[in-house]
Design a protein. Structure first.
Length: 242
């Protein structure tokens, strides 16, 4: 099965930027022009541009255009999340590999971190994510907590390396969709198990993300606790005046 069209277009644009078809500081053609050149919709083209933006190659400015910032991708892994939909971008930009899947019972310590009820039965999915631009480099180590029924429904998806979010797989398999995500970020010392996969010293500076996924009824159905090495990950938030 071939790569999605937007991935192919992003790769072509990256090659053209590296070859200085558009030098650093120059604007790319407009979205309508690029969409027409590649014969795709503007939404597909925007997905391609998001991959370039994640790689640090371009910056987009409403009213001005898309400017080339670098000819080669940045070393750090950068993610920009501004909506539930942007979480899909994160999935596209970092491929998940599952390390283990095991049933657990939520204890008091885990309940305090995740918001899951103490004593609840969950399935813990431990995984890493890698930057496709540097496939040998792990950018995050995570534990995802799922209800047993949801975990069973997506077991086949978890068995394969994928950029797809687990929440998206749950929706596809069960119809249970994400209505909102509550995210907390804090500075941590990287735990020993995470450090072994991230290639850093245990206790070195890191960022911990706790994301709680709620469905339309307000039920908490997935919690992800991910750890990133502090010197290799950039989390970007854009605040725009309404």
């Amino acid at each position: 099965m071939g790569q999605p069209r937007y991935v192919v277009i992003a790769g072509d644009l990256m090659q053209k930027i590296a070859a200085e078809r558009w030098p650093v500081g120059e604007l790319l053609p407009t979205e309508p022009e690029l969409a027409a050149e590649y014969g795709v919709s503007r939404e597909t083209l925007r997905r391609s541009l998001r991959r370039l933006e994640v790689a640090g190659l371009i910056s987009r400015h409403p009213g001005t255009g898309t400017r080339v910032e670098r000819s080669t991708p940045v070393a750090a892994f950068t993610t920009h999340l501004g909506s539930v939909e942007d979480l899909t971008q994160y999935g596209e930009a970092a491929v998940r590999s599952v390390l283990s899947v095991e049933p657990i019972t939520v204890d008091a310590e885990l309940s305090a971190v995740t918001g899951l009820a103490e004593g609840a039965r969950q399935v813990c999915v431990t995984s890493t994510r890698r930057d496709p631009g540097s496939p040998d480099e792990v950018v995050s180590w995570a534990r995802v907590y799922l209800e047993p029924g949801d975990a069973k429904a997506v077991a086949g998806d978890l068995a394969e390396e994928s950029g797809r979010l687990i929440a998206d797989s749950i929706e596809a398999r069960t119809g249970r969709a994400v209505d909102r995500v509550v995210q907390q970020v804090r500075a941590v010392g990287v735990p020993a198990e995470a450090a072994a996969h991230l290639g850093v010293e245990s206790g070195s500076p890191g960022l911990e993300f706790v994301r709680r996924y709620y469905d339309a009824s307000g039920a908490l159905f997935e919690v992800t606790v991910s750890t990133h090495a502090g010197d290799r990950f950039v989390y970007e938030t854009v605040l725009q005046r309404r």
